[in-house]
Ligand binder design. Sequence first.
Ligand SMILES: C[S@@+](CC[C@H](N)C(=O)[O-])C[C@H]1O[C@@H](n2cnc3c(N)ncnc32)[C@H](O)[C@@H]1O
Length: 326
Amino acid sequence: MELSEKTDIESLRDTILCGDALEILCSLPSESLQMCVTSPPYYGLRDYGVSGQIGSELSPHEYISRLTVVFREVRRILKKDGTLWLNIGDSYAGSGKGAWDKPIAERKKNKQIYHFYTTDSTSAIPKVWDGIKQKDMIGIPWMLAFALRSDGWYLRSDIIWEKPNCLPEPVKDRPTKSYEHLFLFAKSCRYYYDQMAIMEEVADSTVRRYKSGVSDTNKYASFSKTQKLFRGRTHSEMSLMRNKRDVWRISTNQQKIEGHFAVFPEKLVEPCILAGSGEGSIILDPFIGSGTTGVVAKRLNRHFIGIDLNPQYCEMARSRITETEE
Ligand SMILES: C[S@@+](CC[C@H](N)C(=O)[O-])C[C@H]1O[C@@H](n2cnc3c(N)ncnc32)[C@H](O)[C@@H]1O
């Protein structure tokens, strides 16, 4: 399909567009979508098997600049009250993993070839940069958050995705990393955020406190008397709810999605979509990979537009979304 700024966004509902995120985003109309939830490639970690992929730039600064331009387009496309929910993890300088391994030309034949941003087979990501030593945690999430804030986004929350089943790491000189960031950004200072849709239950200790102090005058008891329904909950139930906290404990996927190794859990995406959009909205994911955002959007009676550079992932996302709809 030929895309242009004049393309009617509704005609792209529930489609996966295959190509470079920036190129495709540039051709989508301004102020047309409510929210974006996404997980871009992390710096220097994975090979998604396509030239032009993000994540293999020769310095963290180049990587951050590239993502800043991508998310500038996302901001243009979002409605004035739109939000961006951005999942991102950190990297260690010179870790020897992924793109820090040898340049393509020096690798053993059986080793995975890392598709660099450049096509130069002698290039490899350096192990140090000005001010960053080998073994340093680079601080990618905050570098990106500050870059996006300077670029005009409102940085509203740093949600910690705690992984109770994180992978063990072969390290003996620091604790094992068991979390990633999920930043909430807004296009404007006032924005769509359905607090009620993602309320959580109060702690058990609070319930006990309420119940032990029950009297005719206290809040808990008076709410139980009215029993008015609020979004399917009685007022007494509502008094046992609280605003969602910013540490989310969610296991990484137990079942691997065949053929994609960096899939985020549906449970991570769910609260973002519930709080960031109403039913019928179209959710954007410019790095949709195996299609998780599309699967959750459809289950929650929303629509999606997904983008990925790797044609195999695009196909995978299409069939995964169709299968879960059946
Ligand atoms: C971390 S994965 C996203 C996984 C996804 N959240 C899921 O649940 O499957 C990042 C994705 O970005 C894609 N990608 C890398 N560079 C890209 C680019 N320049 N434009 C669009 N997609 C790109 C990769 O192919 C990969 O599928």
